[in-house]
Design a protein around this ligand. Sequence first.
Ligand SMILES: Nc1ncnc2c1ncn2[C@@H]1O[C@H](COP(=O)(O)OP(=O)(O)O)[C@@H](O)[C@H]1O
Ligand SMILES: [Mg+2]
Length: 434
Amino acid sequence: MELLPKSLNILVVGSGGREHALLQACLASPLAATVTAAPGNAGMALEAPCHPLDSDDPAAIVALARKLGSNFVIVGPEVPLANGAVDALAAAGITAYGPVRAGALLEASKTHSKAFLERHGIPTARAAKFAATAPALEYLRAHPLPVVIKASGLAAGKGVVIAHDAASAERAVRDMLDARVFGESGAEILIEEFMEGEEASIMLMVCGTRFVMLPPSQDHKRAHDGDTGPNTGGMGAYAPADVVTPEVRQRVVSEIVEPTLRGLAAEGVDYRGTLYVGIMVTAEGPKVVEFNVRFGDPECQVLLPLFETDPVRLMHDCATGDLRPADLRLRDGSAVILTLAAHGYPGSVRKGDPISLPAPEEMPPATQILHSGTKLGPEGTLLTAGGRVLGAVARGKDLHEAVERAYALAAKIHFDGMHYRRDIAARQLNRSRA
Ligand SMILES: Nc1ncnc2c1ncn2[C@@H]1O[C@H](COP(=O)(O)OP(=O)(O)O)[C@@H](O)[C@H]1O
Ligand SMILES: [Mg+2]
């Protein structure tokens, strides 16, 4: 289907930095007639109309899309996808980007996803699933350390424990299965082998068994420099990530991506949307850590700046079955995002700190500020309203330039308690210097 300029009334669902980046891509797209977001955040509201929405509720998304006359909905986060938002939109005759619920199960259930990987012979960590404490503890006794304990369901990135001693492994099992610290998401757990290696994220835009592969990226999950401190939603990212060499990339395609898409199709799942493959590059080759069924946040924010092709057209083509893999064109260079976090993050976060941003003419070249946890105060002042407050994004001719620009931008942004990692992309920069 040939899309005419200004033919799409787009609704972006979500409220994080990822959705801010997607919103900007929509605003820049020649295909867009109107662009709306829901629920959005303070930064998104400066650029487009935002509507209140319980984004977890598929029926609410359909009702809003109908009211707005949207003919293309981009669903950012995993929860609405797992709840069947795209199925509901399709039933209402509204084109949407993102997998149907049966596809979203690859993220929403780690036991389902592990069984899928095993069924199709795709490399991943060996694992066993448990719903009862006694057999889980029995299994642990014979398991080498470290060992990885995972709540099966969605846990907002907090449901995985890497235990280095028997006591913490047992505690993790009891927390999940007995104390239900993750609620029903921990009713089933995986106990899995620890994979040694370097991690990378590979995002694909998928249309059945056709796909485009986006540049590999690397996220920084730990709160502090040198990959220390507690886990977070993501303190920064960069792309492309060199750890995915052309050889690794080839193996990811033939040993992971192709069998995954063939497996989905064979099982009757017409997958259309982003497939995020978290991989560990081990001595034996790349292995799957997990699947996500949407763009990563913050990885999305460093991929979109590298698109030369209109990402909105690619998303629409995926959704309608028209994806032509040769259509992806990317820019040279690298992109980086620094997460500017609030006081206390990732622990208990202080909210309501006033934020000061640079004037447009003070922005370093090729940089942008994306909002995650912000809100507008009574006098129109911008306030912190979440753990990850802002993303400082920069593009450069190479990683070095992108990193320099991102840190130059961060230095111009202020709020009380603001903290960010000083070593985003440092590992790759050091490697390239060595
Ligand atoms: N089998 C494993 N071996 C080594 N590290 C792992 C393993 N599984 C998970 N991890 C680490 O834990 C992190 C979170 O696990 P993941 O499966 O991605 O769950 P989620 O993102 O849902 O929290 C991964 O990014 C990785 O760093
Ligand atoms: Mg993960």
